[in-house]
Design a protein around this ligand. Sequence first.
Ligand code: NIG
Ligand code: FE
Length: 414
Amino acid sequence: MKKLFRNPAQIVTVNTNGKNFKRGDELSDIEVLEGRSIISESGLIKEIIPNSKISKYKFDEEIDLSGKVLMPGLVECHTHTAYAGSRAGEFKKKLSGIGYEEIAKSGGGINTTVMAVRKASFEELVSIIKPRIDYFISQGITTLEIKSGYGLSYYDEIKLLQVINFLNNEYAIDIIPTFLGAHTFPPEYKNDHNKYVDIIVNELLPFIAENKLALFCDAFCEKTAFSAQQVIKIFTEAKKLGLKLKLHTEQFNNIGGLDAAIDLGAQSADHLEVIAEDDLNKFAGNETVAVLLPGVSFFLDYDYAPARKLIDAGAIVALATDYNPGSSHIANLNLIMSLAALKMKMTIEETISAVTINAAKALDVSDKTGSIEPGKKADFSVFDISDYSEIVYQVGKNLNCMTVKNGNVIYKSA
Ligand code: NIG
Ligand code: FE
């Protein structure tokens, strides 16, 4: 099938000239083309041509995009979409002044959601999660990471990963499963943390690797969760089994997580709200992506990660929603881009690089998606605006009117 995506007002390619990530000044260079059209064939981008040459070709299908902005399909690289239940009660407590960490310490927080997930069947989870994925797709997202992390037992972590893998088969977009068994300690192991670490290392990881249930292993390195030593133990085993690594780190405290992530060659280090000044340059000499989550800072009303300083220090910066029921009940990537611009002083162009090519790099798929370059997947988001700046300016508004995955239109707004 040869298809023509005809005459968008702008094509924002986010071209990397084959490098597949952007750091420093490169984030500002998103390449905006006018007067061109895109040809896709067999699900891949074949060619970007001047409109004057359209008549020289024959197509099986033509999609008119006049007056619209075409961008790479957006990549959402950090979510906890696979949850059940509601934490509205805890949200109310939070509004009355009780802190997120305080709620976690008293047995609530992540473990409240764990109890709801354990009660839910495979089928119930599938039907709870589907509308959330539909919402991401309606925003132009064509690659979506989803973590486990609310089962925290052998049975329930595997159940969650099986749900995520099932959904990946159901949907046209790429859903990337991440194992987050080391999210927090479940109540059963409240007094025997090392026993739970052993279950992850000796039972969960081997089964997950053997059955290819996850591409990534993630953990939460924090005073209320896992120590750097425990993370190193889990990651060393995960790496040996062929899983790639990501880490929640420096969210509230700096306890050695970043060094562990970088030393073990993690694909990304996520959060970084409280990263030490001296550690900013640790991202410069490697390809670990700094995934920033301004929705968490907004939702919990505390520090934003130092995006400007990280970009200036040469980090590969990406952005994501961290969509979850406790610390960022925000599934809107457009809002995240606006928060990044308004609160973290990123430029509009930088936010676009951060939710396309660099987010794809955080999932290790940036050789296949995240920019508009011949040979990559024909994954597009199409915005009903005539200039790309509107995306960040129209705060929280879903301007995407068409989502294209592997050359196929999978969503169209009414
Ligand atoms: O990324 N930091 C740990 N995990 C999530 C929060 C999960 C929850 O509160 O349910 C996060 O912020
Ligand atoms: Fe998270």
